[in-house]
Design a protein. Sequence first.
Length: 117
Amino acid sequence: VQLQASGGGLVQPGDSLRLSCAASGRTGSIYAMGWFRQTPGQERKFVARITWSSGSTSYGGSVQGRFAVSRDNAKNMLYLQLNSLKPEDTAVYYCAAQTGASGYEYWGQGTQVTVSS
């Protein structure tokens, strides 16, 4: 499975942004996909997750109510809608795919989101 994330950029506090992640290859093996983010010197942190078949979602506590994860199975696309952005949301955002029970095996290259006035 290959993943290509896009959609990052420089926005102001309170703005919205939508990230996309295109999946290719053995997409039929995907069980769930997720978004993570990382800032310099910090560990990668969980942002959101969606199961590929049922669309069940879960979120990290700091983004609950502001971010929304979705997918388009027909297009093999994963999305993350970021609303009410805050400076602390600044990070490199990564998409990831899970095909088994052992966690996320495949990762995209990351897209930078910068929230600054």
